[in-house]
Design a protein around this ligand. Structure first.
Ligand code: DHK
Length: 148
């Protein structure tokens, strides 16, 4: 079985650390990758972090995960609220999926309250800042290790 966890990020998250820091904080995706890699390594897993501003690329990466990953942490960004196609792609993935949002989407505009991805996610984190990625990684490691 693969010991690799894919951490997928959607649009605008390449600007993490620069974009609306009052909402998303000052840490970058490189910080997220480093922190999640440490969490995973302690548990015998590796992470690969991806980011794309393009829905189709995210879908292709989910298809890649079918062969290369035991679990997925995904922050689809704004595609969370719009993309049936990403939901359908996640339905083709057999391992655990955790949905992670940096901000508390439920405290924000009404259009952020609905998530298509939650229909597939095994767990959802929101409002825990970038620390949410680490907690999601920890949980995915447990699920991949069969400690559900
Ligand atoms: C990130 C985004 O880019 C938004 O479009 C979502 C999410 C929330 C986050 O909190 O990480 O609505």
């Amino acid at each position: 079985m693969s010991k690799t966890i894919f951490i997928l990020n959607g649009p605008n998250l390449n600007l993490l650390g620069q974009r609306q820091p009052e909402i998303y904080g000052h840490d970058t995706l490189a910080d997220v990758e480093r922190n999640c890699a440490a969490v995973a390594a302690e548990r015998g897993f590796a992470v690969r972090l991806f980011q794309s501003n393009h829905e189709g690329v995210i879908i292709d990466t989910i298809h890649q995960a079918r062969h290369e990953a035991c679990g997925i942490v995904i922050n689809p960004g704004a595609f969370t609220h719009t993309s049936v196609a990403i939901l359908d792609a996640l339905h083709t993935f057999e391992g655990p999926v955790i949905e992670c949002h940096i901000s508390n989407v439920h405290k924000r505009e009404a259009f952020r309250h609905h998530s298509y991805v939650s229909l597939r996610a095994d767990g959802v984190l929101a409002g825990l800042g970038v620390e949410g990625y680490e907690l999601a990684t920890r949980r995915i490691c447990s699920l991949c290790a069969g400690k559900g």
